[in-house]
Design a protein around this ligand. Sequence first.
Ligand code: G4P
Length: 534
Amino acid sequence: MCAEINTKYLNEIRKRKTFAIISHPDAGKTTLTEKFLLFGGAIQVAGAVKSNKIKKYATSDFMEIERQRGISVATSVMSFEYNKMLINLLDTPGHKDFAEDTYRTLTAVDSVVLVIDSVNGVEEQTRRLMEVCRMRDTPVIVFINKMDRDGKNRFDLLEEIENELKISLHPMTWPINSGKDFKGVYNLHDKSLVLFAAHSKGSGEGVVSFEDLSNPELDKIIGDRDASQLREDVELLDGVYGPLKIEDYLSGKIAPVFFGSAVNNFGVKELLDTFIQIAPTPRDRETTLRPVHVWEPKFSGFIFKIHANLDPKHRDRIAFLRVCSGKFERNKYFHHVRINKDVRFSAPYSFLAREKEVVDEAFAGDVVGLFDTGNFKIGDTLTEGENFYFTGIPSFSPEIFKEVVNKDPMRTKQLEKGLSQLTDEGVAQLFTQFGGNKKIIGCVGELQFEVIQYRLLHEYGASVQLNNIPFYKACWLTSKDPKKLQDFVRFKSSNIAKDKDGHLVYLAQSEWFLNTERTNNPDIEFHFTSEIHK
Ligand code: G4P
């Protein structure tokens, strides 16, 4: 019986690919998402859809502020089928102020597609996202977008990406020019020429097979100059790269690269087809107790994201659960490890296309939305009874800090509840000054403070003033020598705070202060990230 169930689970798991598309804002993430959804039949919008239109479809607009600003502040999930595979695409907010949301979403995926704008090359947000991918050795496929615009020299671009993102690349396709001279890409692996047509249907039209590039037909199709350039480039590339070793991609050492133009649906099918072939199916995960294998029959999963305010009139939250093993079932009791209670869900839902559908079961790799009335926080684990937490879910050092000043003492309780719940959701981090009562909120971007202030007022009736505090980073402190740590905390008490879980942090005024303290205190470790569960 057990073996039979396992085979069923294995078959389900092998069908699934859970990933995220990440990019610096405006590189083309939304446009690429839309094309993937079109290929997957999840949307049926003919022709080029304006990206801001699809933003409404492809990302959630749970929060009023998101509608006001037209920025996706939320993360949502889109599931669709393609070539008999079930794809779970986790969307990430493009806005840098919500970067922490994106970082966390990356803990719930098995691979990523990184979009880079061929004109702008590597940008700030790309660098940071890649750092997070490297922390977890997440397999990455790179899509160099906007080849229809005059971009950087392609060799220079590859070098820039390799140097700045500290990853080795492996071109899968190779572009013939860019901008108005862009003629298409040569597929280095199946040795075919894919000719560029604006707004292509991506259905294979304009594909010419070229087993041997010395074939004079090539000159006829793309012209003598470009043909000889392509021959030269391909010879060089074949010499340098050779065939792709899938295991190097899967271990996060090498990133395959595709060139294309998302808005023209060009090069997207090649990317998606290769993704389907090589991207990892759900992977085993570490916990505080033991590794959990995806094929284990017993269910386990963790919360990586909490969304508030589906309907602004209600205070519901939706907790996003990533299933890691076994089968999640509707109405079945599962063990909520942190609060040590058994809980069940009568209306969990999955995210097929843009529709939310109640699901009866879900398998490893799937993401399920659970209605939550305040029982969950990021990193919570559900099991069938075992007590462990999934590890590798980090908190990152905030970059802007503000002191919370209560403007309405009559609403102190509501304020505390609001702060506690909002920080459970991961909207911001809450610190309490050491030895005092001062509450400090840390965020990655200014916009998050506006979200917090807005939500405290609208959801909790708590009016606050947020005063700037000139801190630059929060570093979690550890030391093998408890006495040294104690002394440091005592001497530096005005810079010391505790996070929500009671861990000590050092709030540095500047990089200079931080470096000085590091040099003066070699027995103390300063960490820029903190694992929610170790
Ligand atoms: P994001 O989600 O990463 O922020 O980027 P998004 O897809 O919204 O794309 C940003 C802009 O880049 C959009 O233009 C989009 O149409 C354009 N774009 C995407 N792919 C390509 C491409 O391959 N070539 C060219 N030339 N442009 C591309 P926009 O003017 O901001 O919006 P819209 O008016 O086109 O909707």
